[in-house]
Ligand binder design. Structure first.
Ligand code: GLU
Length: 395
């Protein structure tokens, strides 16, 4: 806490995912043999056909400001993608391109929320949803779930959590950190509740849609009664191994898209021009071009589930998508190692870092204090070695 700084920044938690990744980098630089399973970042290179499009864009002198909401060709490609992959109808006036899906979400929160508004977060949820809500001066309420229900909330829970102040709810399927995928039926049951509360808006974060292992992925805006109050979030980071390129986008009611453009016009002026051109090529390619990465993630998921499943104390669900496992590790609470007691998931995560040189992210920041997140976006050899080390230290 620094009194010279604003209340806004003083009350903002740091991003636990990025903090753990930074800590792992720091320890590596000190010469420690760290395996970082903290960050949700594909370990693949961006495919060549996308890199070539970016090189071409540089040679073609794409170097000026772009329209604030993105190149029209890109917005059209995004509309085509929505139609092809999600059967969603959006026109370019409903699309805004931003510097990563994180900025897309921040824009929406900033333009919809007022102090006093409440945001519902089905837990576990990605760490930045709560932080962005705080930044927008609203408050958030968690709707808890457990591993027994595969981390899904029920319509009854949703109904009970709604108050007259509720303005926004986040859905994220496939989910970071649990990998859970809601079925169409489950989403329709939740929508039935929201139909009774017309003042609530929905952010449907679909950034992991392509990283799924066979279960159909359903877009919330497909529900007719929800279309006019759903903001669909997506981006190229995860599916195309383009995390550093920072391109995210929304499909939304036009008045919300316009407001996001206004917000962005005062903050970034728009996303990077070269990355936008490359994204056109990425989105126009058939999805089969990235299937090799999804297949590899699936193999790793199966391997990680098998190996972690052999260790007593790790309670696991089977993630249907994304590239994380999110075991309940409360079985280790109360145990002691070298005089240090493990009482929380954060203690356990620190124990793995200190004793096994394995970086994970503790579940507290995801609203699930009994769990830790392990990213399997790492090579098979690294994953085997990491789980071996974990096995050794916990035994
Ligand atoms: N979304 C990824 C994660 O959860 C990247 C880091 C971040 O932005 O939080 O690890």
């Amino acid at each position: 806490m620094n009194e010279q700084l604003s209340n806004r920044i003083n009350s903002l938690p740091i991003s636990e995912t990025l903090a753990m990744a930074a800590k792992a980098r720091e320890l590596k630089a000190e010469g420690k043999d760290i395996i970082s399973l903290s960050l949700g970042e594909p370990d693949f290179n961006t495919p060549d056909f996308i890199k070539n499009a970016a090189k071409q864009a540089i040679d073609d002198n794409y170097n000026s400001y772009t329209p604030v909401d993105g190149y029209l060709e890109l917005k059209q490609a995004i509309c085509n993608k929505f139609k092809r992959d999600n059967n969603l109808e959006y026109n370019p006036n409903q699309v805004v391109v931003s510097t990563g899906a994180k900025q897309s979400i921040a824009n929406v929160a900033m333009v919809l929320l007022n102090p006093g508004d409440e945001v519902l977060l089905p837990a576990p949820y990605w760490v930045s949803y709560s932080a962005i809500t705080i930044l927008a001066e609203a408050s958030f309420k968690e709707i808890p779930s457990t591993i027994e229900t595969n981390f899904k909330i029920t319509p009854q829970q949703l109904e009970a959590a709604i108050t007259p102040k509720t303005k926004l709810i986040f859905f994220n399927s496939p989910n970071n950190p649990s990998g859970t995928i809601y079925s169409e039926q489950e989403f329709r049951a939740l929508a039935k509740v929201l139909e009774k509360h017309p003042n609530i808006y929905i952010i449907s974060d679909e950034i992991y849609e392509h990283i799924n292992y066979g279960d159909p992925v359903f877009s919330f805006a497909k529900i007719e009664s929800m279309y006019n109050r759903t903001i669909t979030i997506n981006g190229v980071a995860k599916a195309f191994a383009m995390t550093g390129w920072r391109i995210g986008y929304i499909g939304a009611p036009e008045w919300i898209a316009k407001a996001c453009t206004k917000m962005q016009g005062q903050i970034t002026s728009g996303a990077n021009c070269i990355a936008q051109r490359a994204t056109i090529t990425a989105l126009e390619a058939p999805v089969s071009k990235i299937q090799y990465m999804v297949d590899e993630f699936k193999n790793r998921r199966n391997m990680v589930l098998e190996l972690l499943g052999e260790i007593d104390g790790f309670e696991l669900n089977v993630p249907g998508g994304a590239f994380y496992v999110f075991p309940n590790v409360s079985g280790f609470f109360g145990k002691e190692f070298k005089g240090i007691k493990i009482n929380t998931a954060a203690d356990f995560s620190m124990f793995l870092l200190n004793e096994a040189n394995i970086a994970t992210v503790s579940g507290e920041a995801f609203g699930a204090p009994n769990c830790i997140r392990i990213s399997y976006a790492a090579s098979e050899a690294q994953l085997r070695e990491a789980i071996n080390r974990i096995k050794k230290v916990v035994s």
